[in-house]
Design a protein around this ligand. Structure first.
Ligand SMILES: Cc1ncc(COP(=O)(O)O)c(C=O)c1O
Length: 439
């Protein structure tokens, strides 16, 4: 708990007002109250600048959430804002296409291996759902083999714990399989002969085993299905051409979102020209497609990512954070409970209970750690996303904070006081679990 009872006063007031007029208090599940530890955490942020954010009570944080991933240059970065401001002067939504659509599409075709043609959406879900519809139309098949989280639409959520409001009849058309498990994918193809596409995040909290991604592609193609990479998180972070460029496996279609426009709403569907041309018949169309503030932001973002070597910077920061955090975990004797997973551009701090611990011990540990680091000025949800504005000072400050929080965690575990220290307040479980995970 924080020592200052007023530290989050305005946040608490706003939260109470929000809960009266906004279901779950905000627009995005993972920003909702369930993902913060009780009232003892900031809920409302006022502004961001570079790699830092400021809450409505004036507290400052080093941020590694970065708007859930999209902010790759930095909050309120003038290099992006200047171009967007110029576009505002000319209008952001015109009644016919604008040259920016062509310019940005050509640029993406140069950068992304799978991109022979390009379409734009707003949310990542637009791009993944368009890819799925396109694959169904192209193959004449209905079933989807998915691995990871791909957005809020029926087909993506149908086989998860969050399936309320989705017709049961939809569910059999989505079948999940396990990352890094080619045999599991083969079993799905043995069972179903109508799989249109394998859609997957090329990297989850673990990286791909050697030959895994190539193996997925081979299995999909041998069985007449398309391979779709969901690069909504990995895109414009692992490499300018995405994880597909980094790992050297080119899918038939790929969905990008988040990292391309420094927080402006833009997603991208790319793919083989022969498949993408089917979009003349497959309906993927909406009022704000090609909205110009976001296209302008994407051009400016790509300029910074390319000219300032931002991808290398992200890999370097990630490497330091990973190795030094691992050292801290060892030093505090927490290796049984805390692990730094993921690859350098997307490290994930993961918490685990032991065989004799209660089922939700992992969540309790994460809750306690989260509360400790947030109260010390680091905004944390487990993921670490970097941007051009992050500095080695940010990393040093974060490591000092992690050091102190690990000490608290270690003491609480030793004294068997983890739940007591949380005073009944815990974060919600991640909602990615599928029935396939047995949850
Ligand atoms: C891998 C992945 N795919 C798709 C999505 C959906 O993107 P959006 O929330 O922008 O619709 C997300 C969102 O977190 C994601 O992480």
């Amino acid at each position: 708990m924080t020592d200052d009872p007023d530290r989050y006063r305005r946040s608490k007031e706003l939260k109470r007002r929000a809960e009266r007029v906004i279901p779950v208090g905000t627009q995005t599940f993972t920003k909702s109250a369930g993902y913060r530890v009780g009232d003892d955490a900031p809920f409302f942020l006022q502004r961001g600048s570079g790699s830092h954010v400021f809450d409505v009570d004036g507290n400052e944080y080093v941020d590694f959430i970065m708007g859930l991933g999209p902010v790759t240059v930095g909050y309120a970065d003038e290099r992006v804002n200047r171009i967007v401001r110029d576009q505002l002067e000319d209008g952001v939504l015109l009644s016919q296409p604008h040259p920016r659509e062509v310019d940005l599409s050509e640029r993406i075709c140069e950068l992304v291996p799978a991109a022979e043609m390009v379409r734009f959406g707003k949310n990542g879900s637009d791009a993944t759902s368009a890819a799925v519809r396109l694959a169904r139309a192209y193959t004449g098949r209905d079933r989807i083999a998915k691995c990871g989280y791909h957005g809020w639409q029926d087909w993506s959520i149908a086989d998860t714990d969050n399936d309320s409001g989705i017709p049961d009849s939809v569910q059999p058309y989505t079948q999940s399989w396990k990352y890094n498990d080619l045999e599991d994918l083969k079993t799905l193809f043995d069972e179903y002969d109508d799989i249109a596409a394998v859609i997957m995040e090329p990297m989850e909290t673990e990286g791909p085993d050697p030959d895994f991604l190539a193996g997925v592609k081979e299995i999909a193609h041998d069985n007449g299905a398309l391979l779709i990479f969901d690069e909504v998180i990995t895109g414009f972070r692992f490499s300018l051409g995405g994880a597909q460029e980094h790992f050297g496996v080119t899918p038939d279609l790929a969905a990008f979102g988040k990292g391309i426009a420094n927080g402006f709403p833009l997603s991208v569907l790319v793919g083989r020209a022969d498949v993408m041309r089917e979009l003349k018949d497959v309906f993927f169309s909406f009022t704000y497609g090609g909205e110009l503030a976001s296209l302008a932001a994407a051009e400016a973002t790509l300029d910074v990512l390319e000219n300032e070597n931002v991808i290398d910077h992200m890999w370097d920061l990630g490497e330091t954070l990973q190795t030094r955090t691992e050292t801290l975990v060892e030093r505090h004797a927490l290796a049984d409970h805390v692990e730094m997973k993921g690859l350098e551009p997307w490290p994930v701090l993961d918490f685990e209970g032991g065989a004799n611990d209660p089922d939700d011990y992992d969540l309790a540990l994460k809750s306690l750690f989260q509360r400790e680091v947030v109260n010390r000025g680091v905004l944390f949800n487990g993921n670490h996303f970097f941007c051009d504005a992050h500095t080695s000072d940010d990393i040093e400050r974060t490591l000092d904070v992690y050091d102190a929080a690990f000490e608290t965690l270690s003491d609480a575990i030793r004294d068997d006081e983890v739940y007591e220290r949380l005073d009944g307040e815990m974060i919600s479980p991640a909602f990615r679990r599928t029935r396939h995970d047995g949850s």
